[in-house]
Design a protein around this ligand. Structure first.
Ligand code: NAD
Ligand code: DAU
Length: 338
């Protein structure tokens, strides 16, 4: 099977590409714009494989997308490419709307014209918004997006669904919870806390730190996407959760314990505007229909992740140079310490 993977140089996309290439029956064309979050260093282990091809391009470029699809005729598109960070979407929504909505539309249009046999649209539990405990969102839960990022993902989910309903394009949608693992850009909670802790820098916790997220090891997510690719039913939505809900403060304390650093590094800072208090989702449908399960225990996955960042200081230094400093100052510079 030949896959066109968008955003395969990012955190989850690159884990998926490495996993797919490890299987001898899959070929991958990785289509990626290489934004600040795209990094070909994530793919050194597959770059010379003859079942792998990299194409540098923007998913909003209809002519290029059309020509690659016409040339390669993939059996499936697995669509990861997105502006993926909530804080950036708050500071600067335009590129988020452009890539996440218009880019998804462009891909769907090409897939429709070229009759691509399967389109896996990778989405997020954030589209369900904040849920009161003990509620867990099933796939039928209403969309209640709060940030420009989650609104753009909800919009792209609806577009993807409309291409199934209207044009019978064989679309499947996945909605995963918070991913963590090696190669994650250190703007997200876990890699940011690890990178700062390893250098004895302050750890900025938004608000009271009691917001709850469900944590999913990235390889478990990728296995879930493969399960949906191969066994998911056309037009269906599948939640992919880690079954491990924790308040942010607990996560930060675990990072400090593993890195051997003191809790005095924690700084409570001004909360994120529109901050969702709690995400929780049920992955019962995916488990029942495909047999998938998350297998990585959070403490084990977190220890492996810390180890990876400890062993890859050059990767961290490179991605934190340049643009990252500007972003860090913009996002954290004006936040009061509580
Ligand atoms: P990421 O920010 O690490 O990577 C995004 C990738 O997309 C980068 O390689 C970037 O260069 C590429 N990209 C961005 N704009 C592009 C464009 N216009 N054209 C082509 N390529 C472009 O993101 P991630 O965390 O790996 O997330 C991947 C997908 O999974 C996203 O769709 C995201 O919404 C979804 N998701 C993420 C999480 C999470 O916890 N990170 C959870 C659930 C769902
Ligand atoms: O739920 C899935 C989503 O998870 C994905 O769709 C997004 O792409 C991904 O970015 C992530 O969104 P979150 O906003 O939940 O992740 P983030 O790592 O940015 O934040 C996790 C929690 O930690 C959230 O409650 C905000 C808090 N936080 C985050 C940062 C970066 C802090 O307290 N301090 C921080 O510096």
């Amino acid at each position: 099977m030949k896959l066109l993977v968008t955003g395969g140089a990012g955190f989850i996309g690159s884990a998926f590409v490495r996993m797919a290439i490890a299987r001898k029956d899959l070929r991958v064309i990785n289509f990626d714009k290489l934004t600040y979050a795209g990094n070909l260093e994530n793919l050194t282990e597959v770059q010379d494989n003859d079942r792998y091809r990299f194409v540098h391009g923007d998913i909003c470029d209809q002519r290029l997308v059309d020509s690659i699809l016409a040339e390669e005729k993939p059996d499936a598109i697995v669509h990861f490419a997105a502006e993926s960070h909530v804080d950036r979407s708050i500071l600067s929504p335009e590129p988020v709307i452009q890539t996440n909505i218009h880019g998804t539309f462009t891909l769907l249009e090409s897939a429709r014209r070229l009759a691509t046999p399967r389109f896996v649209h990778v989405s997020t539990d954030e589209v369900y918004g904040s849920l009161e405990a003990p509620l867990e969102a099933t796939e039928a839960y209403p969309l209640n997006a709060s940030s420009p990022y989650s609104a753009s993902k909800a919009a792209s989910d609806l577009l993807a669904r409309s291409y199934f309903v209207t044009y019978k394009l064989p679309v499947v949608i996945t909605r995963a919870s918070n991913n963590y693992g090696p190669h994650q850009f250190p703007e997200k909670l876990i890699p940011l806390m690890i990178a700062n802790a390893l250098e004895d820098r302050p750890l900025p916790v938004y608000g009271d730190g009691m917001q709850v997220r469900d944590w999913l090891f990235v390889d478990d997510h990728c296995r879930g996407i493969l399960a949906v690719l191969e066994k998911g039913r056309d037009g269906e939505i599948y939640n992919i959760g880690g079954n491990r809900s924790l308040p942010n403060l607990d996560v930060v304390r675990k990072v400090l314990a593993i890195t051997g650093k003191a809790e005095s590094l924690i700084r409570y800072v001004t909360d994120r505007p529109g901050h969702d208090r709690r995400y929780a989702l049920s992955s019962e449908k995916l488990m029942r229909e495909t047999g998938w399960q998350p297998v990585t225990h959070f403490e084990e996955g977190l220890a492996r992740t810390v180890e990876w960042y400890r062993n890859n200081p050059a990767w961290v230094a490179r991605v934190r140079s340049g643009e990252y400093r500007t972003y860090y100052e913009k996002n954290y510079g004006n936040r009061d310490t509580q």
